[in-house]
Design a protein around this ligand. Structure first.
Ligand SMILES: [Ca+2]
Ligand SMILES: [Ca+2]
Ligand SMILES: [Ca+2]
Ligand SMILES: [Ca+2]
Length: 485
């Protein structure tokens, strides 16, 4: 494999948490024509966005390019971490190919190199084929590229366009994929091909899942699921090399449901009342897909119907859905029902908060200031938490998406008061306990309602940084097949 020109390779050693060592390209040059420096981890997409990307795929295109036009145009793709998802049906000449004979490449200067990619098989019903885990279903896959399978790459790995791709030995068929940014017109190209033998693969792996330790390890973060309340996570580290303090800053994620049964009996359900069982997972170089079966013990010891969730973890961001499945309309038994989903901090660690309605950052220091008391709690489009001290400048952009047949509009939940316990929790008191509050759930109908929170990491907060992340969902990267070989 020919290393990418100008790319500094860097071995990431296992951290104190034992995060699996990976070899990553963390440091890359930041040419002045890039709108967003490649060295800064950028945000990416939710499932909704991915669906939008897929819809961007046009019918098969046979556009021919002249050698002059193809002459190694500069890579002007400003985006970095958006997933590029290509379904098998978009590349018909490669259908039926054994998965281990598929290769993904990019060109940069005189370099031609494999890039991280994975093919996640799906059944004809659209369910993922999980290759690992207690309820893995590898036999539901056929081992070849099918029209419903998903070929996944990361947009920042796209390279330049080249008139004559040096496919190499054993090449049979290939396609050129053009990705473009609808905002600034930037473009980049991938080359996908099938060979008569397994081709070279990129060594990089952006994200891994350690089942025994219940940990997901991305390029910029490490996330650990709670042993006591397995539906939530209680460890979230923004790594030092990604602008974070490199220590766990969270107490735990909290799910709190309050209400009354038949207007008389108070109920209070928490994340501890959920069961969550790992069913299967896929751990590729670009993403981890994790499937769980979740139940909320709603009344006495009777569990609600199970809600099966697929979580997606990429190198620098992840999506965390919480599903409430009701066996009946909520107002049959329940009244005055409120649901809160929040993330409580562990220690005053120099984190600040702002959102689309409250643009002036406030410190999450365990004390409610008058500014914090006056926060506008109305539904916001996005929120940010970030570090504001040397060696701790990174943070997260958070956005919520809701899948429900009811129009849910969550308010801001914000309590920064270490003197106010909020059990169950590991660290008594609330330090920047921030999230969403859905009041009066009584209109919820029978079925499953999903509140999905996406967290995108960044390495240094600057005002307006959210724009690049919002664009991932609001102006998704366009993907098309631009040539075939
Ligand atoms: Ca298949
Ligand atoms: Ca992996
Ligand atoms: Ca405060
Ligand atoms: Ca706490």
């Amino acid at each position: 494999m020919v290393p990418a020109t100008g790319v500094t390779r860097r071995a990431m050693v296992a951290d104190k948490e034992g995060c699996r060592a990976m070899v990553l390209n963390l440091v890359k040059p930041c040419p002045s024509h890039r709108r967003f420096p490649r060295c800064a981890p950028l945000a990416v997409a939710s499932v909704a966005m991915v669906a939008a990307v897929l819809l961007e795929l046009p019918a098969w295109s046979r556009e021919e390019i002249s050698p002059a036009a193809a002459g190694d145009l500069p890579d002007t793709m400003g985006r970095e971490v958006d997933p590029v998802i290509i379904t098998g049906s978009a590349v018909p000449s490669l259908l039926g190919s054994p998965l281990d004979h598929l290769g993904c490449f990019a060109a940069r200067g005189s370099s031609w190199h494999p890039v991280p990619c994975q093919v996640d098989e799906r059944t004809e019903e659209g369910e993922y084929v999980f290759t690992s885990g207690p309820e893995a279903n590898p036999d539901d896959g056929d081992g070849v590229l099918s029209s419903q399978d998903e070929w996944v790459l990361q947009v920042g790995d796209a390279g330049e366009r080249t008139a004559h791709p040096p496919w190499g030995e054993g090449f049979r068929h290939g396609v050129e994929i053009e990705v473009s940014d609808p905002i600034d017109g930037g473009r980049g190209w991938f080359y996908l091909a099938v060979y008569d033998r397994p081709p070279a693969h990129a060594a990089r792996d952006y994200v891994g899942y350690d089942v025994s330790r219940k940990r997901v390890c991305g390029t910029t973060y490490e996330l650990g699921f709670s042993s006591q309340a397995p539906i939530v996570f209680d460890t979230l580290v923004l790594k030092k090399e990604a602008g974070g303090p490199g220590i766990d800053l969270v107490d735990r994620m909290k799910i709190r449901l309050t209400g009354k049964i038949w207007d008389t009996i108070d109920i209070y359900k928490t994340e501890d009342d959920y069961t969550s069982d790992l069913m299967g997972y896929i751990d590729g170089p670009v993403r981890v897909v994790r499937r769980t079966r979740n139940r909320l013990v709603l009344f006495w010891k009777i569990p609600s119907p199970s809600a099966i969730q697929d979580n997606f973890f990429y190198g620098t961001f992840f999506e965390f859905p919480v599903a409430v499945t009701l066996p009946f309309d909520m107002d049959t038994f329940l009244s005055a029902c409120d649901l809160r989903i929040s993330l409580d901090g562990e220690a005053a660690a120099g984190q600040w908060f702002l959102n689309s309605r409250n643009r002036t950052p406030v410190p999450m220091d365990g004390e409610m200031s008058s500014e914090e008391e006056r926060l506008d709690m109305a539904p916001a489009d996005w929120s940010i938490t970030f570090g504001n001290s040397p060696g701790n400048r990174g943070g997260w952009v958070n956005r919520l998406s809701i899948v429900s047949n009811v129009d849910l509009k969550p308010d801001l939940f914000y309590v920064d008061q270490v003197s106010r316990p909020d059990p169950p929790e590991t660290f008594p008191g609330q330090i920047g306990n921030v999230g969403y509050q859905v009041r009066n759930l009584n209109g919820l109908t029978r079925g499953t309602h999903v509140l999905s929170s996406v967290l995108y990491s960044f390495s240094e907060y600057v005002p307006g940084i959210e724009k690049r992340f919002l664009a991932i969902q609001d102006a998704p990267v366009r993907i098309r097949v631009s040539r075939q070989f």
